[in-house]
Design a binder for this molecule. Structure first.
Ligand code: MG
Length: 158
């Protein structure tokens, strides 16, 4: 059996926060606002994986109302969520992602981001791909006040 999952997330970009994508800190004058570290890509990937098996979403597993997840490392949340999926016998085939962000450019960091996500999920780096797209100056992404991420995944069982 194979299952696909889709995850999407958006975070406001503000000064005084780190800009983190897939566990990789990227130099920027703004970073993601969030209850956790705000890693928008880790959140989208987590939701894609959970959605593929119908296991709820990241907000249900790690509620923002729970102080335990304040400033949490989102890659750790991703590892916890995926471990719950893995114990059911699911294997991750691949993940494909898009990050919509006006700046900074994602491309110079893409390899590191793919490697970081792959390492967290225990798959080869070539099983994870991340593309960066600008907002062409349009909307909150284009204005540089938001970053958005989308992810699809394919799981197979057994
Ligand atoms: Mg989020």
């Amino acid at each position: 059996m194979i299952r696909v999952g889709l995850g999407q997330d958006v975070h406001r970009l503000v000064q005084g926060r780190c800009f983190i994508l897939g566990g990789v800190e990227i130099p920027s004058d703004r970073g993601e606002l969030g209850h956790s570290d705000g890693d928008v890509l880790a959140h989208a990937v987590t939701d894609a994986l959970l959605g593929a098996v119908g296991m709820g979403d990241i907000g249900e597993l790690f509620p923002p109302s729970d102080a335990a997840w304040k400033d949490a490392d989102s890659m750790n949340l991703l590892r916890i969520a995926f471990s719950r999926i893995q114990v059911l016998g699911w294997r991750l085939v691949n993940i494909d992602c898009v990050v919509n962000c006006e700046k900074p450019r994602i491309l110079p960091y893409r390899s590191r981001i793919c490697e970081s996500l792959a390492a967290a999920l225990g798959v080869p780096p070539e099983s994870v791909f991340v593309k960066g797209k600008t907002g062409e100056g349009l909307g909150p992404v284009g204005e540089g006040i938001a970053v958005q991420a989308s992810a699809v995944c394919l799981l197979e069982w057994p």
